[in-house]
Write a new protein. Structure first.
Length: 250
């Protein structure tokens, strides 16, 4: 039987360092709740705003699939495998930490003469899932899927599931998980995947979730044994949906 556990935006953990305003859906860093460490295979879902000219300095990760999804602005990525680039709305991006990787993510807003190019925050959601196996080679992948998102339907952003091999934008090293996104205008509807674990995150706007009701920006719904419930936009919304066939410790 389907169950839905709604987590309001106001209940998220919060970290504010001045240059960073971060909201954590799950336990993260100094914020720990033993009853809120993950859902399915999803360990981290951080909704971050980073001021212009600031960002995350070089730091390490290991044995984690990290997907970054930009909502507004742009984020400059650099890592120890030699990859660098600018992440922007509509760009699917995945970093596999594997045996170990170091990277930085910055709202790099300065021109060559040291003057600010812009003063805009970058707003993005960063999500972590466990990989299938530990000790893989570090890796990076990105692809612009803006045209696909413009259709308003649910688009597969990143997946390790065999069933998405032909329609995913980028691959993750987790055969039991997939990330989907939709930019829904007006009253557009999409159906959630049918899966043992589905995590719906309203990144912007507001929606109605079938059988529950209103979900606003920052709210999430943890759906167990999803039966393809409908999600309807209220005047426009952007959603992120994790489809998972397993959970940590299973």
């Amino acid at each position: 039987m389907t169950s839905v556990d709604v987590r309001p935006a106001a209940d998220r953990f919060a970290t504010n360092w001045g240059w960073l305003d971060s909201r954590h859906t799950f336990s993260f860093g100094r914020h720990y709740d033993p009853n809120n460490t993950h859902f399915g295979l999803l360990l981290v879902s951080n909704d971050d705003r980073v001021r212009a000219g600031t960002g995350f300095e070089t730091h390490p990760h290991r044995d984690m699939e990290i997907v970054t999804w930009v909502l507004e602005g742009s984020l400059v990525h650099q890592d120890s495998t030699g990859h660098s680039g600018v992440i922007y709305p509509g760009l699917a991006q995945r970093m596999s930490a594997g045996t170990g990787i170091q990277h930085s993510e910055k709202n790099d807003a300065w021109t060559l003469n040291g003057e600010p190019e812009h003063a805009d925050d970058v707003h993005f959601v960063q999500m972590w899932v466990l990989p299938d196996e530990r000790g893989a080679m570090p890796g990076y992948e990105q692809l612009d899927i803006g045209d696909e998102l413009a259709g308003g339907g649910l688009v597969t952003v990143a997946s390790g599931m065999a069933k998405h091999a032909d329609d995913r934008a980028i691959a993750i090293h987790q055969k039991h998980a997939a990330l989907h996104s939709a930019r829904m205008g007006d009253t557009r509807e999409v159906a959630l995947p049918e899966a043992p674990f589905v995590n719906l995150y309203v990144a912007s706007g507001s929606t109605d979730l079938e059988g529950f009701g209103l979900l606003q920006a920052g709210d999430s719904a943890r759906v167990t044994d999803s039966e393809g419930q409908r999600v309807r936009a209220n005047g426009g919304a952007e959603i992120l949906v994790w489809e998972m066939n397993s959970t940590i410790g299973a």
